[in-house]
Design a protein around this ligand. Structure first.
Ligand code: CTP
Length: 383
């Protein structure tokens, strides 16, 4: 994380606790950060570091955050440089908990996390997976890249928002596959990046997130309930199930519009005469349209995506307006794909159309910025 932050141009001061130095020594932090490192308040006292570091910071990132550190922070204790820094900082503060499942689930830890969140800190949900011992469970430190992206996100927004706290949102991501036989499928190039960015942004804003992921090869966002699916029908069933009880559903996935009428149980063989088999297709159900028509929870906000090129019948936005009406959703995120690829790229630009006639352009930027722009439109429409 230190390397990533430094390489992206940030000035990073490392403030380890005495316990942290049992894992990685001060010389390592000093060499990598290019700055002196202290964990107590008695070094370089003439520079008043216990006040200055917090006051000058744009972000305080506590990673990993132990149960002990969060308990101290929740109660305002200040017995070392880090806890002093937390009391003097007026910038956004992000805690990234890492501990054993029992410690994370303990009511004391949960109460401390709730206090920190109430005071405006962003406490990331831990990842699930292998812990320090032989055990696995919730409490693992999320991947450094995910923490770094969250930090970048908070820095660029300059604030921590919790406007989705208490809300349950469903996001679909990736591209579905329709099998011709056990080894071949019809699929598409959707990577799932935009859906993952939407899930991460919603988690950062306090939501409970269900991510329905269709063939996504990217790491799962820490704290999301992930349901993995393959085909459009599986996606439909999983999204509808999660949508009952959700405040918002964002269909960022690219479901295959067609599936073969027959999926062979054995591999299709080449014909000796060189002929190719004809594949008969049938249309898949439109999940977005069904969600918009059924509204499984009163006041639920339904969001769709559209990749348009414009044609002789209309411009990109004309076609998108017509699609918004046809699908019956509340918001439609429109990507103009005439110029080239959106698939798999980390950058994107879009226009968000509202059923109420609103039109919000989102300038070219990281998919996380588009994700936040989408939630910015969803939040005021929530019941
Ligand atoms: N979608 C869906 N179910 C499908 C196909 C698409 O829910 N079977 C959703 C996508 O997740 C996305 C939006 O609908 O939010 C994209 O619509 P698009 O595929 O462009 O719609 P089509 O109706 O296929 O558009 P077109 O008529 O332009 O092919």
């Amino acid at each position: 994380m230190l390397r990533r932050l430094k390489e992206s141009g940030h000035d990073v001061t490392v403030v380890p606790t005495a316990s942290a130095l049992e894992f990685v020594g001060a010389p390592t932090w000093a060499a990598l950060s290019g700055k002196a490192v202290a964990s107590d308040v008695w070094s370089s006292v003439h520079e008043v570091p216990h006040v200055r570091i917090g006051q000058e910071a744009d972000l305080v990132l506590v990673a990993p955050a132990t149960a002990d550190l969060m308990a101290k922070a929740a109660h305002g204790l200040a017995d070392d440089l880090l806890t002093n820094t937390l009391l003097t900082a007026r910038c956004p503060v992000v805690f990234v908990p890492a501990m054993h499942t029992e410690m994370w689930e303990h009511p004391a830890t949960q109460a401390n996390v709730a206090v920190l969140r109430t005071r405006g800190a962003l406490v990331m949900e831990p990842a699930e997976g292998r812990l320090t011992g032989k055990d696995t469970g919730k409490g693992r430190l999320p991947e450094p890249l995910e923490i770094f992206e969250l930090a970048q996100d908070v820095l660029s927004r300059g604030t921590v928002s919790s406007d989705l706290a208490g809300r349950h949102v469903v996001v679909s991501a990736g591209g579905t596959r329709e099998f011709l036989d056990p080894v071949r499928f019809l699929g598409n190039r959707s990577s799932g990046r935009q859906g993952i960015a939407l899930a991460q942004a919603a988690l950062a804003r306090g939501a409970e997130v269900t991510l329905v992921a269709a063939n996504v090869a990217l790491p799962q966002p820490a704290g999301a309930h992930v349901v993995e699916v393959t085909t459009t029908e599986e996606l439909r069933v999983a999204v509808l199930k999660a949508a009952a009880g959700a405040d918002a559903v964002v269909m960022a996935a690219a479901p295959a519009d067609f599936r073969p009428v027959h999926s062979e149980t054995a591999k299709i063989k080449k014909a000796p005469d060189g002929s190719a088999p004809a594949i008969e297709l049938v249309q898949n159900p439109d999940i977005l349209k069904q969600l918009a028509a059924e509204r499984l929870q009163p006041g639920q906000v339904v969001v769709g995506f559209a990749a348009e090129t414009g044609d002789t019948t209309g411009s990109v936005l004309d076609l998108a307006r017509a699609k918004l009406a046809r699908k019956g959703c509340d918001l439609l995120v429109v990507n103009d794909v005439s110029g080239g690829a959106v698939f798999g790229s980390t950058d994107n630009e879009a226009v968000i159309l509202g059923a109420d006639g609103s039109e919000t352009p989102v300038p070219r930027g990281a998919k996380s910025q588009i994700a936040h722009a989408i939630w910015d439109q969803v939040v005021p429409r929530l019941a």
